[in-house]
Write a protein that binds this ligand. Structure first.
Ligand SMILES: [Zn+2]
Length: 491
């Protein structure tokens, strides 16, 4: 959701090849900041147009109306759209046609969300394997997204244009809940068009969407003072970032016992740990508002002012099951199986997302009727810290990998930091993995971590399963409070 990209500093080669924008980006980087700003503003015009479109406004109005709906309204809505998408998938998507025929499923019997259990689940591996047949044969307008998933398995997803707008509305609705009204935002991203972290002005400015865009990957003890100064001087009252980035800024404020009052901190892409939330809310003297979504765009949840996560209910159906795939009752946690109600370009029906959460058995004091979820646990990941105090969040590591490798060259991966100056990238390669991939991977990582770190790529048969229910993508073995250690070693 937050990754509507501009230029990805790390993986630009691969991404650029894909987008055939190579020359534009090369030229872009040769210009001074002022011209780059202009470029960003032109680029963001499209997003601006979408936000001002009638479709966007109608969607937003509709979503806000559903906040007063009761269980019956949601059920009616979901049943109706479920029937439609299942019938469509059977008719126009070869993968589902085969799957349901093979399993002797009479799709006319799929009438309500309770019937969903009759349908087989779809795994991430299926989407990778049946990439070409899981798409609609109809010409549905769509956009394409690439996701690396939590353990680095790349995946290509088509999203119907209508769903794309609905998702944007959903994310924007969270901003409204947080009190946002067309204010300027300090936005920390992994794909900001700043090539060099020693750039005097560590931000670019989008007038069109009122954003100061900062590079998450340039955060270090050296750069944080100037970033904080910019936020202060420009009177920025909303921050949008990964939890890990906001936490680092808060940690920095804590070291000098400073505060930087904000109206809200908007976050997504990673879970917010309690220790992060506490420090962030204290140092920024405000509340945090999370957004849960996936690149696959199946379901979403928005955090309200009561600190509760509300599911959207309109974009998709969220089932919570135990390990054997049986639904668990309200109040219990389990794994997520999601069905997109609007992705006609690539229907995802009973897609095993396997995030971990559950429906709460209570209503929210904010008055909104949308069902409540426990905070979604996606992945437990660590930071990478370089000898020069650069702190790299797992999201940035994911991005780097995602853009360095083509969709089919690895099965999975894991990044292990052994010490401040040593990182091991474990990969399970496919037969398509080549020397070029290896070089590109190494090059992208070197660019990410900077000087003074040795990087080794290890080919393994599988990624070792940790005790946690999910594999960890980034593991830091430095131990203890390694961020504190990194700060300490620089003093
Ligand atoms: Zn609420």
């Amino acid at each position: 959701m937050d990754d509507v990209g501009f230029i990805d500093t790390y993986g630009r080669i691969r991404k650029v090849e894909e987008n055939m924008n190579k020359n534009i980006i090369k030229i872009y980087h040769q210009f001074p900041g002022v011209i780059q700003n202009l470029g960003i503003n032109i680029y963001e015009l499209n997003e601006w147009r979408i936000r001002r479109s009638a479709k966007f406004r109608d969607n937003l109005r509709f979503l806000r109306k559903t906040e007063t709906w009761g269980d019956k309204d949601f059920l009616e809505y979901q049943n109706k759209h479920l029937k439609n998408i299942v019938a469509y998938a059977y008719k126009y998507v070869p993968y589902y046609h085969e799957l349901y025929k093979k399993n002797n499923i009479d799709i006319t019997k799929i009438q309500t969300i309770d019937d969903l259990e009759k349908l087989p689940m779809v795994q991430k591996e299926d989407i990778i394997k049946y990439k070409n047949s899981i798409r609609s044969v109809q010409s549905e307008p769509f956009i394409t997204r690439h996701t690396s998933g939590t353990t680095g398995e790349p995946l290509e997803i088509r999203i119907s244009s209508n769903l794309d707008i609905l998702q944007k509305c959903n994310a924007y609705r969270r901003d409204i809940w947080a009190g946002y009204k067309d204010d300027w935002i300090g936005r920390f991203v992994g794909d900001t068009p700043i090539k060099n972290c020693r750039d005097k002005n560590l931000f670019r400015k989008s007038y069109i969407l009122k954003r100061f865009i900062f590079p998450s990957y340039c955060l270090s003890l050296k750069t944080m003072p100037s970033i904080i100064r910019t936020l202060e001087r420009q009177n920025i009252k909303f921050l949008q970032s990964y939890p890990s980035t906001a936490y680092l800024l808060a940690k920095f404020l804590e070291r000098s016992d400073n505060y930087l009052p904000m109206k809200a901190i908007l976050y997504s892409s990673e879970p917010m740990y309690e220790f992060q939330r506490e420090l962030i809310e204290k140092r920024f003297k405000t509340r945090v508002f999370g957004f849960y979504g996936q690149m696959e765009g199946v379901v979403s949840a928005l955090e309200c002012e009561e600190g509760e996560y509300h599911t959207s209910m309109i974009d998709g159906i969220l089932e919570i099951t135990n390990k054997s795939g049986e639904r668990v009752p309200k109040g219990e946690k389990g794994f997520t199986i999601s069905t997109s109600l609007h992705n006609y370009a690539m229907p995802l029906i009973r897609y095993a997302l396997n995030d971990y959460t559950g429906y709460k058995d209570k209503s929210c004091d904010c008055g909104r009727k949308l069902p409540l979820l426990y905070p979604v646990e996606t992945k437990k990941n660590d930071f990478i810290i370089t000898p020069f105090g650069k702190i790299i969040s797992p999201s940035l590591v994911t991005r780097t990998l995602k853009y360095a490798l083509s969709g089919q060259s690895i099965i999975e991966s894991q990044i292990v930091q052994k010490s401040f100056d040593s990182i091991i990238i474990k990969i399970v390669p496919t037969e398509k993995y080549s020397d070029i991939d290896e070089k590109l991977l190494l090059k992208s990582f070197l660019e990410l971590v900077g000087d003074g770190v040795s990087i080794k790529i290890e080919h393994v048969e599988k990624i070792h399963q940790s005790k946690a229910y999910k594999k960890r993508f980034v593991i830091n073995e430095i131990g203890g409070d390694y961020i504190e250690k990194a700060f300490g070693s620089l003093e």
